[in-house]
Design a protein around this ligand. Structure first.
Ligand SMILES: [Zn+2]
Length: 212
């Protein structure tokens, strides 16, 4: 175990191991690991509640006179609610990133392709986008701290549409197909787990080709 300081970050480098994983980032299933393990988006109800509060306060704010005492009071409340939401997500994302970096030496993930994401009715699009960016940054930081390798897969790699078993490309797959059967090899796929497996393979391929 080594402890040293770089750029004000305390690095706590873990003993290296030979475990690697691929992760697929999604909406209701926040993180899907190639092993089949799923980590749900944290505190969905609480986040939805805070989002509603922000919307309510913003409506209230719009009716107040700019710069008035009440206006400033509501503005402060909005800022506090944003901060609360940020802190909850931050806390849970750190926990998830910590768990992943504790376990795996190599973590492969896609650079985000927000356009291809199915909407989650309980969370607004903007909070989902923010969350993915936040989580990506946090996991990058954790990987650095713990001496782990994070491998980014090109966002145009068709991780969902490729059969991880025979590499058949299923161009008919839509965002609503949560499961599908490969017409070439007959394998049944869970969309996200299949994607995570492909991301894992691609990442390991990159390592072999010395791109990392
Ligand atoms: Zn197949």
């Amino acid at each position: 175990m080594f402890l040293f300081y770089v750029k004000n970050v305390t690095r706590h480098v873990f003993k290296s191991n030979n475990r690697s994983c691929g992760i697929d980032l999604g909406v209701s299933r926040f993180v899907t690991i190639n092993t089949g393990k799923i980590i749900q988006f944290p505190q969905q109800n609480k986040i939805a509640q805070l989002n509603n509060r922000i919307r309510r306060l913003q409506r209230k704010l719009s009716k107040k006179e700019f710069g008035s005492k009440n206006y400033n009071k509501i503005k402060k409340k909005i800022a506090q609610t944003y901060e609360k939401r940020h802190n909850i997500l931050d806390y849970h994302f750190y926990k998830i990133a910590q768990r992943l970096t504790e376990k795996y030496q190599v973590i492969c993930m896609e650079t985000l392709n927000i356009k291809g994401m199915l909407k989650n009715s309980r969370l607004s699009k903007s909070i989902q986008e923010k969350s993915w960016h936040m989580f990506t940054k946090i996991i990058e930081q954790k990987a650095y701290e713990h001496g782990r390798k994070l491998i980014h897969i090109n966002q145009w790699y068709p991780s969902s549409k490729t059969c991880n078993n025979c590499q058949y490309y299923n161009e008919d797959l839509t965002l609503n197909n949560r499961t599908w059967t490969c017409t070439q090899c007959g394998n049944k796929h869970d969309r996200d787990i299949n994607a995570a497996k492909n991301i894992h393979h691609e990442g390991l391929k990159k390592i072999k080709q010395n791109h990392y």
